[in-house]
Design a protein around this ligand. Sequence first.
Ligand code: WT7
Length: 570
Amino acid sequence: MISMPDHFTYDELSRDFSWSIAEKELEYKPGDRINIGWYCSDRICLKGHAEKTALHYEGFGGVEKKYTFNDIRLAGNTIGTFLRGLGINDGDRVCLFMDRIPELYLSFLGILKIGAIVQPLFSAFGDESLFVRLENAQTRAVITQKKHLPKVRKIRSQLPHLEYVIIVDGVKASDLEKGEVLFSLEKSEPVENLDIHPTTAESPSVLHYTSGTTGQPKGVKHVHYSLISQYLTTKWVLDLRNEDIYWCTADPGWVTGTSYGIIGPWSLGITQCVLDSGFSAQAWYKFIEKHRVTVWYSAPTAIRSLMKAGDEIVKSFDLSSLRHLASVGEPLNSEAVIWSERVFGKPFLDTFWQTETGSIMITNFPGMKVKPGSMGKTFPGIRGTVLDPVTYAPISEHGRAGLIAFQPGWPAMMRTYWNNPEKYRDKFVNGWYLSGDRASIDNEGYYWFIGRDDDVINTGGHLVSPFEVESALLEHPAVGESAVTSKPDEINMEVVKAFITLKPGFAQSPDLELDIMNFIRKKLSPLAMPQAVEFMEKLPKTRSGKIMRRVLHAKEWGEEIGDISTLEND
Ligand code: WT7
């Protein structure tokens, strides 16, 4: 169905590039209706692929389920009809709070089909993390599982906008509380026809939350037109072809799991596999072998964990199906690229983008020269640069570090931060969108990542706001002050470290530390939990009383502390 150009070179693809290439392939004209849910299911069926497998799911304990494109079309219709029946309207926020079960993927389509906005949240979030995101989005309905229901129930009374909690498994009707409803996809009559809401390019689609340095997490608003970027980057960068079996290891609670774990592959009519179980090298290799995975999109932390598991274990599996490997989320060290080439016969190709960008921005792809350790070049049609951190002028000198910035206008760019237009405006300087990362660009246009330009911690590919962890700590009765930064880690690159001063009358002890950790564990996601704690007499501060995380960070990383002229005198 899809015309696949056999590898064009980067220059050929960049010459005369226009996003209309994707519009034409998707038979979309400006002004037309565009609905991601329809494109990912109905259109693939209309193109004659109704019986092709769309999803091959494997859960804990080896449970397997298979869905064709017609099955996912019907499931989206059925869920969409159910939500409409409850009174969910276009523009309403519907949160997905589930493990990676099929209902997560199918509800995603159903919500979009009726023009509502999907708010996917990582199911390991604690009730406080869940609360701030549902409150901010004024979410009307949450779709969840029995196992996550206690977290929702705990915060329910503080969320006046949350009218419905929809449970997709195992709760007895008699155990339901007010506003809770059951929905079973298997027991529902499949809905053949659904009036797709007439969404157009700028209709909101997905609301992903991301962490910043200060303040609460920000809701990144995407629109249906994002499909144009997601489709084309999936095709060219992930190089998906009709016969591929694709595996994206990311959870749809994060943007990789939606842009490239749902929208990209399904809009191309590609079969994808989902493994809903924790990480183990053995289980992952077995999964690739069993499903004959050809294209694999993963993350550096997982790759480093596989490296640690060693080369021997790889040899006990037949991984010869693998054709193309790509990575995202954190710096991909050149050792990992070289290692994967040695053991899989293919290098992992690095890709760089963000929740805000919605689609891949800087990348390597087949037909391009790979420089291990570099993130590659801007995707055709993306205009990027690095800006001087003081003057914000583009740096023309090769190899000089600056702030990664992009010229807005690609289809998947966020449209705003939810209810926070000021924060959105702050992301732009002289017409450039500031990514918040630093890099240098070499003489061939390859970007070399340096680090983030803020205090946000990237642990194993997940962004953690030091502010969120500090706030949780401060709620404990013994904690006087707290400062959170990162410390180096072999597998996760960096992990969260907390510095704490105690209130008068409290003394440091292992029991108190445990008590504090147990206290914040309930509030944060496991990813944000500090892996190290240090009690201090006092924290380094500026004269105006601001805690200098920078000083603590430098100490952890053995770096020069730099200018500390504003440090408070003793
Ligand atoms: C931040 C965005 C969208 C992908 C998942 C993360 C870091 C992302 C790379 C890379 C070095 C990377 C950046 C970026 N990052 N890709 N290839 N090399 N760093 O989305 O949670 O919005 O995080 O992840 O710091 O700003 P996100």
